[in-house]
Design a protein around this ligand. Sequence first.
Ligand code: FES
Ligand code: FES
Length: 160
Amino acid sequence: MRIGFQLNGSPVSVEAPDDLSLLHLLRDRLGFTGAKEGCGIGECGACSVLLDGQLVNSCLTLAAQADGREVITIEGVRGPDGGPNDLQRAFIDAGAVQCGYCTPGMVLAGEALLAKNRRPTRAQIREAISGNLCRCTGYQQIVDAIQVTAARREEGKANA
Ligand code: FES
Ligand code: FES
């Protein structure tokens, strides 16, 4: 079937089998390898992408489900200069990136949360990333990075 959607702000139209996962469409057919394949069964969040702004496990999402919709992968998250955005920089500064396997999904989970809750509590941040497993950081630094970004974005708005 032919699938058409917006990928990181650009239109994509691709022929794909009905049973192809969105993860494999992105990685293997379109070359967007930021979403990682960890478990492949919806348990680790390494494959997270945003589908119409909602965090989804792309390993459990059919490519066909993206038809007519908007997909954001980690490649679509960047600062105004094309480099890391404020949340990505906060991850780096906080030591929230170690092996980095979970990081694309964690950043997207953070962005999905901050889009709907500008002042999340630490408990709400933990809840928001509860579907994203990290074997390296112990989560503290990841929560720190999301919290500091929330505070800075609020401060930026207050000073704008
Ligand atoms: S690879 Fe999709 S949730 Fe683990
Ligand atoms: S930084 Fe290694 S799994 Fe999270």
